[in-house]
Design a protein around this ligand. Structure first.
Ligand code: APR
Length: 396
């Protein structure tokens, strides 16, 4: 059956990049035939304003149809670029978080491609039956389109359809519980706010991002997931004793078993693990495969092969990074929520321990940052030396 093109509107993302991505990719499942209208306030308050704009750029690059409007928070940034006292106002309205996301000290340090994007945002878009705008229009004026400030800031309005060419207004800016948005989709007041207060994580009724299917007047809802912590833990001990969803084994290319952590896992898990390994046959360096956990408390074992240290100029760093990355990806793919890693390659394979710990921690943090689903990661250090190194790298 031919899939019809749809039109969606989303507003007030406020730096909640993970929630935004999830809503677009998994909830509405945006297709290239659809059009997505974003009604402003991409930045400020939330943790990852840069990530929100990066995702917009990514969608545009990948051929999705997007129309982005300006919000009052983008305006604060534009004003701050011009006047230093406005920069202070910007920072006090959640702009500090925006700077953090860019690792910028002042707004002038934000890379120009983002600033140009923000400066180029229009105030409104007219569709056949709807006017899309961040806040609304000042209908007290003869010509409400002359009042830019109200377009970005107005909170109460009585829509005069004669001044909008009979268009009803879809806007953001006014945080509204999504149940109330749903109730107001009959547009009794000729306007509807689709800002469900995504960034207000402490207010139970808000804390959601919604997408309105404009033609069907149907609301798609995603709870805010940006503040859910992906935890990182450090323990000293034997990985075979851990009650986690999956433990990682530092295996060899032939999955033949061995000494070190490999030997310990096969001993404690029993022959079912080796049987499964034999069926798989092997695993290239940096890749990962999954088997049963046998008699281990963990449900599964992911076998990955770290690089043998050979001086450092033979892709060792990248291969070790891949071993962590591919293990994590495989765990997520299998719906596993907690994973424990040994210090891969730092035993028989001779990888320098400090460098290995740095690569392990950075790779895991980067993965967790980009991952929409949660996964709890535990680093298990068997020897005291690695434990002390990890403590230092993790800043504990
Ligand atoms: N729990 C957690 N960590 C352990 C355990 C255990 N029970 N036993 C050993 N370790 C730690 C070691 O202290 C080391 O820091 O695992 C780390 C990795 O060491 P190795 O097991 O030697 O793994 P690696 O350096 O990646 O070498 C892999 O060794 O056993 C063989 O078949 C394996 O050929 C492969 C090679």
């Amino acid at each position: 059956m031919k899939k019809l093109s749809r039109q969606f509107a989303i507003s007030d993302i406020h730096g909640c990049a993970k929630t935004f991505k999830k809503l677009v990719k998994d909830v509405i499942k945006l297709s290239r035939k659809d059009t997505l209208f974003l009604l402003g306030d991409y930045i400020n308050k939330g943790p990852d304003s840069k990530g929100v704009i990066d995702f917009i750029f990514e969608l545009q690059k990948d051929g999705y149809s997007l129309n982005c409007l300006r919000g009052n928070h983008e305006q604060y940034l534009i004003d701050g670029l011009q006047y230093s006292w406005e920069e202070i106002a910007f920072l006090s309205r959640g702009g500090l978080e925006t700077l953090d996301s860019f690792r910028a000290k002042t707004i002038h340090d934000i890379p120009s491609k983002y600033l140009e994007f923000i400066k180029g945002l229009p105030y409104y878009i007219e569709l056949e039956n709807y006017l899309l705008i961040h806040a609304g229009l000042n209908f007290d004026l003869e010509d409400p389109y002359k009042d830019d400030f109200s377009m970005l800031n107005i909170r109460n309005m009585e829509v005069d359809l004669n001044k909008t060419g009979k268009r009803q207004i879809i806007h953001g800016h006014v945080p509204t519980a999504y149940q109330n948005i749903e109730d107001s989709l009959d547009f009794l007041n000729n306007h509807v706010s689709i800002d469900s207060g995504c960034v207000y994580r402490h207010i139970h009724a808000l804390n959601h991002l919604v997408a309105l299917d404009i033609r069907d007047r149907k609301l798609y809802i995603q709870r805010n997931i940006d503040y859910e912590m992906n935890t990182l833990k450090l323990v000293k001990g034997d990985i075979t004793k851990l009650h986690v969803d999956v433990v990682v084994n530092a295996a060899n290319n032939g999955l033949r078993g061995g000494g070190g952590v490999d030997g310990a896992i096969h001993r404690a898990g029993g022959p079912a693990i080796m049987e499964a390994c034999k069926k798989i046959g092997g695993c290239p360096t940096g890749a990962a495969v999954i088997t049963t956990g046998g008699n281990l408390p963990a449900k599964k074992v992911i076998h990955t092969v770290g690089p043998i240290w050979n001086g450092g100029n033979n892709q060792e760093n990248t291969l070790l990074e891949n071993a962590y990355k591919n293990s994590l990806a495989l765990a997520v793919e299998n719906g596993l929520k907690s994973i424990a890693f040994p210090n891969i390659s730092t035993g028989v394979y001779g990888f320098p321990k400090e460098l290995a710990a740095k690569i392990a921690v950075e790779t895991v943090l980067e993965f967790q940052k980009n991952q929409e689903s949660e996964i709890e990661v535990t680093f298990v250090c068997f020897d005291e030396e690695n434990f002390m190194i990890y403590k230092q790298v993790l800043g504990e």
